[in-house]
Design a protein around this ligand. Structure first.
Ligand code: 4AD
Ligand code: MG
Length: 465
């Protein structure tokens, strides 16, 4: 039987059973008595399994004793109780077949020592083999599965919204253009402007920044939907929490107000954190040991806590009177910077905060105006260590208010005709939010830079691999 390492270590095979494990050497150690201990990993769990290779194997001297980190091998042997501390089971090897050698082991870029995250990023094709990226990959997978499970169990439908779009959902102008026009010979209108009517779609198109507007159309028919897909932002932000290409989860709910999706955000975050604590205890123990000592306790606290709700207006008061000097001073009306979000979540509350009711002028055009006429029913979830991980709102479902807002912002009604139709035909209060998936993985693992929780990060000046 081809066994995976996880099952061998978990005792799925009784001692004496004959199995085959396929994987890569993590380390090799030789004993004086003429035995080699091979740590073999295959990605199925954090740990490697120990294969004990005795010197009477035919290829012991000329192959097994030359194995180095990352050589690929097929080990066949019998399962045995392990006498060393650590693991309960090991493999007594009867055959070790070397599938692939590592040329020049001395210069192998992923030699088994601690590398900086910056160095690993330059080797994105090889970093998948490291302990840290293996752990990140498994936790990320666990979180994605838990997200789907959570929404499925609650009766949500997963909607696939388009990647190529004509609309700028966030209205921030941070879009990558999608075009098949010949850049060296652009067609021009009589006024000298680029003639996009000659482009592939007959108009200007972009990579989507959010699936929300399309998602709303389905929420206003199916009641509860979510998206889970890639989104793109051409914002020139070189920070530890911004990517040009990131994954977003966007639930949208009909007949729901701000308080309902605030509760949904809290329930969802607790559900997925709980899943990681139970399903990926091995990887979380590694993060707690190597990356962030509070990794496990922090998640447990989140699961056990109730998130604090705070109004933007109260947050500004707190920031103004806390006696701390910020790089960006605060007054009512400014957008909260990461330093403010982190102060509130880390020092003032010490747990995630749901910040609500922001000034309308710093938020997107689609958010629902509150009765005070100056704030909108918006909410952000601010997490310790990272700041905003979720942004959402109740949507403006009243056509006359929506049109007034478009006018105020100098936006064109015709450009939003299909979106306005939702307000013309059976409109309904509805709300939703977007969770940045890499920010969630970063928060959960304690890996401080979103570039290190996605396989191949896209950032300004970097689209290698
Ligand atoms: O706050 P944002 O811009 O909200 C929206 O896009 C709404 N349409 C969501 C909705 O209501 N359906 O983005 C949502 C989240 C942020 O809270 C953040 O976690 C993440 O997406 N995000 C980024 N993550 C990585 N890199 C970037 N450049 C990000 N920009 C936003
Ligand atoms: Mg936001």
């Amino acid at each position: 039987t081809h066994a995976v390492v996880k099952d061998v270590l978990a005792g799925k095979y009784s001692t004496g059973s004959q199995i085959t494990v396929k994987g890569w050497i993590r380390t090799r150690r030789d004993s004086k008595a003429g035995i080699s201990f091979l740590a073999v990993h295959d990605g199925s769990c954090f740990d490697a399994v120990q294969a004990v290779a005795p010197s009477d194997l035919a290829n012991y001297e000329n192959e097994i004793k030359r194995l180095t980190t990352a050589c690929s091998v097929i080990v066949t042997g019998t399962v045995a109780r392990s006498e060393g501390q650590g693991q309960a089971f090991e493999i007594q090897a009867q055959d070790v077949t070397v599938v692939g050698w590592v040329e020049n082991p001395d210069t192998y870029p992923m030699a088994p020592k601690r590398h900086s995250m910056e160095y690993l990023r330059e080797q994105a094709h090889l970093r998948a083999r490291t302990n840290v990226m293996g752990a990140v990959t498994r936790v990320r997978h666990c979180l994605a599965q838990a997200v789907h499970r959570f929404f499925h169990e609650q009766g949500y439908y997963w909607i696939s919204t388009p990647i190529i779009t004509g609309s700028d959902t966030e209205g921030a102008g941070e879009m990558f253009r999608v075009s098949t026009l010949d850049l060296e010979n652009l067609p021009r209108t009589a006024q000298g402007k680029v003639d996009y009517s000659q482009d592939f779609f007959g108009k200007e198109t972009y990579l989507t920044v959010s699936g929300q507007l399309n998602g709303e159309t389905y929420a206003c028919a199916m009641s509860k939907i979510y998206t889970f897909g890639p989104t793109f932002r051409a914002e020139n932000s070189n920070t530890s929490r911004h990517l040009a290409e990131f994954w977003m989860i966007e639930p949208e709910v009909a007949f729901a107000e701000l308080k309902d999706i605030a509760q949904l955000a809290e329930d969802m975050l607790k559900y997925v954190c709980k899943a990681v604590l139970t399903e990926r205890a091995d990887d979380m123990a590694f993060f707690a040991e190597r990356i962030d000592p509070t990794a496990v306790t922090r998640l447990q606290q989140l699961v056990d806590s109730s998130f604090v709700r705070m109004d933007y207006t109260d947050a500004i008061e707190i920031l103004k009177t806390c006696g701390k000097t910020f790089q960006y001073p605060v007054e009512w009306g400014v957008d909260l910077q990461s330093e403010h979000e982190r102060y509130l979540a880390e020092e003032h509350v010490g747990a995630p905060i749901i910040m609500q009711n922001y000034p309308k002028d710093i938020k997107a055009f689609y958010m629902r105006l509150n009765d005070d006429g100056k704030t909108v029913a918006a909410m952000d979830v601010l997490a310790p260590g990272i700041g905003e991980i979720i942004g959402g709102s109740q949507r403006e479902e009243r056509l006359e208010h929506f049109d007034k807002r478009l006018d105020e912002m100098g936006l064109n009604k015709e450009d939003y005709s299909w979106y306005r139709d939702l307000r013309r035909y059976g409109t309904v209060p509805h709300s939703g939010f977007g969770l940045g998936f890499e920010r969630l993985v970063s928060y959960v693992t304690g890996v401080g830079n979103v570039r290190d929780v996605i396989a191949f990060p896209r950032t300004p000046g970097n689209a290698d691999f």
